[in-house]
Design a protein around this ligand. Sequence first.
Ligand SMILES: C[S@@+](CC[C@H](N)C(=O)[O-])C[C@H]1O[C@@H](n2cnc3c(N)ncnc32)[C@H](O)[C@@H]1O
Length: 277
Amino acid sequence: MSHNQKAAPFIRWVGGKSKLIKHLKNYVPSDFCGGNYYYEPFLGAGSLFFHLTPQKAYLSDSNKDLIECYNAIKSNPEIISEYLNQHLENNCKEYYYKMRDEYNSSKPSITKAALFIYLNKSCFNGIWRVNKKGHFNVPYGYKEPPPLPSNEDLLKISKALSNAKLVHKNYKDAVINVNEGDFVYFDPPYPPLNGTSYFTHYTKERFNRDDHAELARIAKELTKKRCLVMISNADIPYIKSLYKDSFNVYNLEVTRWIRTNGERYKVGELIITNYEV
Ligand SMILES: C[S@@+](CC[C@H](N)C(=O)[O-])C[C@H]1O[C@@H](n2cnc3c(N)ncnc32)[C@H](O)[C@@H]1O
């Protein structure tokens, strides 16, 4: 991980924006002031949060294990670091599957939070995928040694999180108390590229086209409350149609390859804002 003073994301996450930060940061509202809250209701690896490290933040995600992991790092970075050192020493294919079983049968704890990080960094492509029972089922990724965060990294992350509230919530409930002047960054799972295929499996629940329409409606409500809203999404006609009348829609100069059901699609990135950039 990073050797500079700033904390950085500690997990790999599908849809994570760390490689896009150099573009995203140009769309952050210039008049967002530290006295207001920063909201990130689809937190994932929190790339923009770690880049901005705002004074006040309300961070949330519908993935319960993810939020428990953040809270464990916030309170106990050094204990997590000790567990990660043990995982690093023992890492191999057999050990990974043994730890995956242990993870799936454990209750929330610091041990489980460390397992979350170990599995994320050692699994295939950093995918978070659970079966119908909610059990994490991603195979070993043969990344040896897995790039686990160091004690120093975890201390920086804990410090960056010290003034943040970290909550397990659906995004709709997470933005109920947003106030005028607060800045909300929505980075939802992107919509299926065709009617049925999904390329994100973060939790048992999926985020479908109706959910995207509902998110656009909520963004309009927040605009009425005079909040600053920025949204990342895929550059597809359906998404543009949801926002084109009341928002500024910008195309980022980047495209990504997305693999769905064995097919590869090239998708552009949109940034949608309710303020001028
Ligand atoms: C595209 S990822 C966010 C990536 C993040 N911006 C980053 O840089 O890593 C979308 C996130 O939304 C979460 N999510 C999916 N459905 C949700 C919902 N209904 N409410 C809140 N979070 C949700 C997923 O668990 C996932 O972490």
